[in-house]
Ligand binder design. Structure first.
Ligand code: R5P
Length: 325
């Protein structure tokens, strides 16, 4: 079998180091730099001819720089004759621009997919896409991980009784249903309307939250608008404690202050992107690591083994799993 080589861009080196430590494969030598005029530069300082190369780089803030760095990495690996190049993208930026819902707008998530393929990626490993259909923007295999094993274990251990799992918009209903089944809770859904990049309106709530503990599920938090509006609505309807599980902590400046003013007991996020200083200092925010999940997926891809198996194995109570990816 070809040798496995893993490299990290500069977007989230701590996650890449944790993945490397978990699977026992050192990160390859590939410094990333900036020219004085701001252009990115990548150099792979070791032989990768004929090898199985994994490049770890979430396309989080600064999105355009991190995306460009990933494209340069893939191009460098391709031109260095790697046998196979897997772009490991724990957070897929531009995913929310996944449809043309008004005139004269781009489908940016598709454009990013085109660029990754054109640069030479042979497969994609990513986490909790804003919409599962984004996988179809690629004509190469996409392995799509969900953080269910990590979040479900955490919340099962808290032993929350009388739980209702809430989807703060229709886009997350499927995910929320899985958690409601895993944690033996009920399901509720909010009808959300986005008014602008930072403002949302939480309308009708379908389901029961009165005198119940609540877990809100979302793929990401950016401005915090979605979660704050959902939490206020749920509290007004008589909920007890409100918890949040959001995969990608894309907190923009000011969002933590906003979230702290909302009736939320705890916000759990993962390490797909680095935490801002503001979020790291907030004791309501708890970061759970996906390094083991990603590391196990990388090893399985390398060995041509099933990824779905991983979901079953990672759950402590597989008999409770009613659906796996
Ligand atoms: C939207 O459809 C997503 O699932 C998230 O709810 C949203 O992107 C979160 O953004 P914000 O925190 O700015 O409301």
């Amino acid at each position: 079998m070809n040798q496995m080589k893993i490299f990290s861009g500069s977007a989230n080196r701590p996650l890449a180091e944790a993945i490397s430590a978990h699977i026992g494969v050192p990160l390859g030598d590939a410094p990333v730099a900036k020219f004085p005029d701001g252009e990115s530069f990548v150099k792979i300082n070791e032989d990768i001819r004929g090898q199985d190369v994994f490049i770890i780089q979430p396309t989080c803030r600064p999105q355009n720089d991190n995306l460009m760095e990933l494209l340069l990495f893939i191009d460098a690996a391709h031109r260095a004759s790697a046998e196979r190049i897997t772009a490991v993208i724990p957070y897929y930026g531009y995913a929310r621009q996944d449809r043309k819902d008004e005139g004269r707008v781009p489908i940016s998530a598709k454009l990013v997919a085109n660029m990754l393929e054109k640069a030479g990626a042979n497969r994609i490993l990513t986490v909790h896409l804003h919409a599962h259909q984004i996988q179809g923007f690629f004509d190469i295999p996409v392995d799509h991980l969900l953080p269910e094993p990590v979040f479900a274990e955490y919340y099962a251990a808290l032993g929350l009784e009388d739980l209702t799992v809430v989807s703060p918009d229709v886009g997350n209903v499927k995910e929320a249903r899985v958690y409601s089944q895993l944690l033996k809770g009920e399901l509720a859904i909010i009808d959300k309307e986005r008014l602008s990049g930072t403002e949302v309106r939480a309308g009708a709530l379908i389901g029961t939250v009165e005198d119940r503990n609540v877990l809100i599920i979302d793929d990401m938090i950016s401005s915090g608008g979605t979660i704050c509006k959902a939490a206020s609505l749920i509290k007004d309807r008589g909920a007890r404690d409100i918890y949040v599980a959001a995969t990608h902590p894309m907190f923009i400046p000011g969002s933590i202050e906003r979230l702290c003013a909302a009736p939320i007991t705890r916000i759990t996020v993962t390490d797909t992107v680095p935490l801002s200083d503001e979020a790291a200092a907030c004791d309501r925010v708890k970061q759970l690591s996906l390094a083991e999940l990603l590391g196990d997926a990388i090893v399985r891809i390398h060995k041509h083994e099933s990824i779905s198996e991983l979901f079953l194995r990672k759950l402590r109570r597989p008999e409770e799993l009613t659906r796996h990816n």
